[in-house]
Design a protein around this ligand. Structure first.
Ligand code: GAR
Length: 221
């Protein structure tokens, strides 16, 4: 449940931050009733931190290598999220495994995007695995985060074709472009009070979302 309008998002990154940029742009266009309260990276060198600073956003680099345990790192994240009165946490290429220290306080308002057609290929190297398997399609899935790695209930999924001459890099680029449209839609649904995590799974407008997530089409509203 969002307690303030505009809602305050935290975006957690580790790398390029192209999904972060999609959220910066969506907020600037007035498509999300939200403001980005803080951008946090576990990687002080992440290019996405520059994007955030260029957009005038508050940033924090919290280097996981400075913490003895995953739990201590996650507690440092939670402390920042509370300090910035964050309603909703958006993992956008955040390459850390979360512990209950972070998941529990934000469950139901914690999202991730994963570059595969979940439940296929949780974990790493998703594009190479899709190529090795001879799949005809790849894609990305926005899902609620639970304690299971890349295993929380899917919300929204997009597909791209795999071409004969694709490499993991060319496929990643095709998927990435689609992610930028996909992820803000799911967050908008949440901010509109339409999307929820219930005991039975994810629901949109009170209806159960299919196990693979809603399939993206250009006319989704
Ligand atoms: C995105 O493709 C996202 O799906 C993936 O990292 C990339 C981040 O790109 N996330 C994961 O692999 C999480 N398991 P970005 O930094 O340009 O947004």
């Amino acid at each position: 449940m969002i307690s303030q309008v505009p809602a305050r998002l935290a975006i957690l990154i580790s790398g390029h931050g192209t999904n972060l940029q999609a959220f910066i742009d969506a907020c600037a266009r007035g498509e999300l009733a939200a403001q980005i309260g803080i951008v946090i990276s576990n990687n002080p060198e992440a290019a996405g931190l520059q994007r955030a600073e260029s957009a005038g956003l508050a940033t924090r680099a919290i280097d996981h290598r400075n913490f003895a345990t995953r739990e201590e790192f996650d507690q440092a994240l939670v402390n920042e999220l509370h300090a910035f009165s964050i309603d909703l946490v958006v993992l956008a290429g955040f390459m850390r495994i979360l512990t209950p220290v972070l998941v529990e306080p934000f469950v139901g308002r914690l999202f991730n995007i994963h570059p595969s057609l979940l439940p296929k290929y949780p974990g790493m190297h998703t594009h190479q695995r899709a190529l090795d398997a001879g799949d005809a399609e790849a894609g990305a899935t926005v899902h609620f985060v639970t304690q299971e790695l890349d295993g929380g209930p899917p919300v929204l999924q997009c597909r791209v074709p795999i071409l004969n001459d694709d490499t993991a890099e060319s496929l990643a680029a095709r998927v990435s472009l689609k992610e930028h449209t996909l992820y803000p839609i799911a967050v908008r649904w949440y901010l509109q009070g339409r999307l929820q995590l219930t005991g039975e799974g994810a629901t949109l407008d009170g209806h159960a979302i299919p196990a693979n997530g809603i399939q993206y089409t250009a006319d989704l509203r």
